[in-house]
Design a binder for this molecule. Structure first.
Ligand code: DGL
Length: 264
């Protein structure tokens, strides 16, 4: 039997910090026989308020680190890094199954009922051409309102997933956008799904759907790996490794906590 060495490698994940663990969670669930290595660049977070060149440089560096470790596929589990660097990453690593993540506007529009769709993302994601192109695809079909959320990812990086400071943030930066017509909130940054339980609480009895792109991205990654015959068909014990540029045990501990946290 031919032994495919590449198949034995882990799947790489990267993010500016711990947010991409929301995508890893989905991937771990649908690919239980695969190993994963997750690199969080928390030391350089947030990416979302930096300029494009800097984000590209940081992203390339993280991906290079993962490539040196050996990975059989890659998820750029960061909307900001995806919009700034994914095109070039595809050129740099043409043979690597690679997926990026972008705000889940398509699923929000597919269930559109005529109200307003809010897209929460980093200021950088919202400024990018990639985002404007995405909006352009759907702007005739739905009323979509981008909401830049500088400072929101930090709550997750610090492990603050609820509490009065988060309420104060939502009151100041999100509430002004909420109207009787708001029907969906798209979480367009991979950190935000960890805030979903508290966001639901904050929204009270308003009938607002909250969606994100983690499962869609994980499924696409699985499809790409499958296409190249890089998935284990047999049952095996899964290994997950967390690495973080902060080099602090507490970031690794928080990573495990986030991976195990129920957030749906
Ligand atoms: N998790 C990242 C994203 O999906 C960005 C957070 C940041 O570094 O600003 O956009």
């Amino acid at each position: 039997m031919e032994h495919n060495k590449e198949k034995e490698l882990p799947i790489g994940f990267m993010d500016s910090g711990l947010g991409g663990i929301s995508v890893l969670k989905a991937a771990v669930q649908i690919m239980p026989n695969e190993d994963f290595i997750y690199y969080g660049d928390s030391k350089n977070a947030p990416y979302g308020v930096k300029d494009r060149e800097k984000i590209r440089e940081l992203t390339f560096h993280v991906v290079e680190t993962l490539m040196k470790r050996g990975i059989k596929g890659l998820a750029v589990a960061c909307n900001t890094a995806t919009s700034a660097a994914v095109k070039d990453l595809r050129l740099m690593y043409p043979d690597l199954p690679l997926v990026g993540i972008e705000p889940a506007i398509k699923p929000a529009v597919s269930q559109y009922k005529g109200g307003e769709i809010l897209v929460l993302a980093t200021p950088m994601t919202i400024r990018q051409e990639k985002f404007h192109n995405l909006l352009g695809l759907y702007k005739e079909q739905a009323h979509i309102i981008p909401v830049p959320c500088a400072g929101l990812m930090e709550f997750v990086e610090e492990g603050h997933l609820d509490g009065e400071f988060l309420d104060a943030y939502f009151s100041k930066y999100l509430l002004p956008y909420i109207t009787d017509k708001t029907e969906t909130i798209v979480l367009g940054c991979t950190h935000y799904p960890f805030l979903r339980p508290h966001l639901r609480e904050f929204l009270g009895n308003r009938q607002i759907e909250i969606i994100d792109g983690s499962m869609g991205t994980a499924k696409e990654l699985k499809r790409r790996l499958g296409e190249k015959n890089l998935l284990h068909a047999e049952k095996r014990e899964q290994q997950i490794i967390f690495e973080n540029s902060m080099e602090k045990q507490e970031m690794i501990d928080l990573s495990w906590k986030l991976l195990r946290l129920p957030i749906d």
